[in-house]
Design a protein around this ligand. Structure first.
Ligand code: 5RP
Length: 257
């Protein structure tokens, strides 16, 4: 299918990441959430039935569970395994040290569990998500999953800590967004001084009683793939190396293996 702009960029990133990180030897694979991840599943399907025989795919939420089932791939559950070969997920913003903001789709708890479990965790996104400091392009704040009865107290504590938090409200539903785990989501904007040290901010927020998980992902990623408007893909790897992939083939090499 012919795509342009941001959609084409998402697809490029997803295809390049699958080509590099999902080989015939990888059997346990985590599938993340968001609008870029369907292209990850497309590329995995393009690898062909032989490559996908014996593989099990674990979802980070309702959306990716549906994607796995509709693609005809084998679905697994998180409590059947204690490790995964690879998880590929989207991101709302990634900084130059591969820290990221995630949870725009309210899936950060399961996303982080599948990131923790994976030998290799990589992110895929379009060029708008590639930045130096978190909070530069993603202005709606850090997504924080909280148990419903504690939300008012957590809002107050986040404000005391220098944040500007709001309870995420449903778009086609009256009342708050409810996560796949039955919890509420708070989005909290923090000043740049705090966003410059995401690992410290993560610990401060996570220690607030009532917080279940924070959409700051630090020290987890092996690489981030960003699709660009010119058809290239920028790869940021652990350790700071940045690489440009000029183009992505239409068909994955593994399909003919
Ligand atoms: O963290 C997420 C969901 O909780 C998504 O991965 C993130 O929001 C990116 O989504 P998209 O690919 O639509 O930009």
């Amino acid at each position: 299918m012919s795509l342009t702009g941001v959609e084409a960029a998402k697809r490029l990133a997803a295809y390049a990441a699958v080509d590099r990180h999902i080989g015939l030897e990888h059997k346990l694979i985590g599938i993340g959430s968001g609008s870029t991840v369907p292209y990850v599943v497309d590329r995995i399907v393009q690898q062909g039935p032989k490559a996908n025989a014996g593989r099990v795919f674990l979802p980070t939420g309702f959306q990716s569970k549906e994607l796995i089932i509709k693609a005809g791939l084998a679905l697994g559950d998180v409590d059947q395994y204690t490790r995964l070969d690879v998880t590929i997920d989207g991101a709302d913003e990634v900084d130059s040290n591969l820290n990221s903001i995630k949870g725009g789709g309210a899936c950060q708890l399961r996303e982080k569990v599948l990131a923790d479990m994976a030998d290799t965790w990589v992110m895929v996104a379009d060029y708008r998500k590639n930045s130096e400091v978190l909070g530069t392009n993603w202005k709606q704040g850090v997504p924080i999953e909280v148990v419903p009865f504690a939300y008012a107290q957590v809002l107050a504590t986040l404000t005391k800590q220098g944040g500007t938090p709001t309870l995420r409200m449903g778009k086609a539903k009256a009342g708050p967004v409810v996560s796949d785990n039955g919890n509420f989501i708070i989005d909290a904007v923090f000043p740049k001084e705090q966003m410059l040290k995401p690992a410290e901010l993560l610990v401060r927020i996570k220690l607030i009683t009532g917080v279940v998980e924070v959409g700051l992902f630090t020290d987890l990623a092996k690489a981030a793939y960003f699709g660009n408007e010119d058809g290239s893909v920028t790869v940021r790897a652990l350790g700071g190396k940045v690489e440009q992939i000029a183009s992505v083939p239409d068909v994955p090499a593994i399909a003919s293996a």
